[in-house]
Design a protein around this ligand. Sequence first.
Ligand code: KG4
Ligand code: ZN
Length: 344
Amino acid sequence: MKEAKKSDIILGIETSCDETAVALVRDGKEILSQIIYSQVKLHKKFGGVVPEIASRSHLEVLPSLLRELQVKTGISINEISAVAVTTGPGLVGSLLVGVNFAKAISYALKKPLLAINHINAHIYANFLERPELVKKGPHIALVVSGGHTLLFFVADSKQYEFLGGTLDDACGEAFDKVALTLGLTYPGGPAIEKVAKSGNPTKIHFPRVLLGAHSLDFSFSGLKTAVIRVWRDKRKKIRRADVASSFQEAVVDTLFQKTLRAVQFKKARSILVSGGVAANERLRQYFKSAARKHGLSFSSPAKLLCLDNAAMVAGIGYYHYRRKKFAPLSIDVKPNLWYGKNQA
Ligand code: KG4
Ligand code: ZN
């Protein structure tokens, strides 16, 4: 009788910011189960993430999330092949909770520890449960989140070459700051998206900062300031929905123009967009139709996998496991892990 191929289940742990998440993923592609606990309600009244509250909450909920994951799946933690954890970038206190929790599991159960870069995990989210996407490459991957706006050349599902990133505010950060200016609550991205639905995206022409003909970097602080100024000076004459909609359009348009530039430089065939801001419906629509016009393929993970989650961590962790890229128990967190010019 033919022996069944052995499969590997990786436990993923993500605590880099304000989501506590755990997941079990088989062979880097099949999500057996995942749980995401969002701390949004804890931070809302402060208008942004409070690091001390975030780390304390991770510490409180992580053990029960792991128990719940085992009950839900009927898979015991003893059955995993390895434990993958986000080591950075992110908030130092939050990262420490996840990394120490993963170390304890690794030590107690004698399972390999896998150290995962949060940004690489966001890119990998594109391929999770969609391995066929590999054939559409080479890709340009855009990662848009609360802390990052980054472009990569992606040769296959696991090789990422940094091309450019934000020089000031990250794209999600611009959404969050503009939302506060407009009197909307944290997190700003979903709040702006909601208000923008009843607005006119062409009512106000906000700047599209492209930084010269060859740059693959981004700058959103000028756009953010332009919005703040318009709202301060013309508040009585303009509708909030029009400001939100015009701002959102400027962000999405800038992101696409830069991504297209990278596609042309690198002769890529496909565009991938992930990270929290990729949950934005207008961004998804715009990229889909603009990519089609240019004869390119476009794909973005399901919305849940765009936001911070542990399935993407376990998914990419599988490849670390296969290559025996094990982290020592002495590994530290890397809050400022960065790429290219802005390397911390
Ligand atoms: O990837 P993520 O969950 O966490 C980080 O790694 O930063 O991204 C969070 C960011 C926040 O800035 C949030 O406002 C933004 O993603 N975001 C959105 C939407 N949903 C979340 N931005 C625009 N539209 C959305 N629907
Ligand atoms: Zn993230």
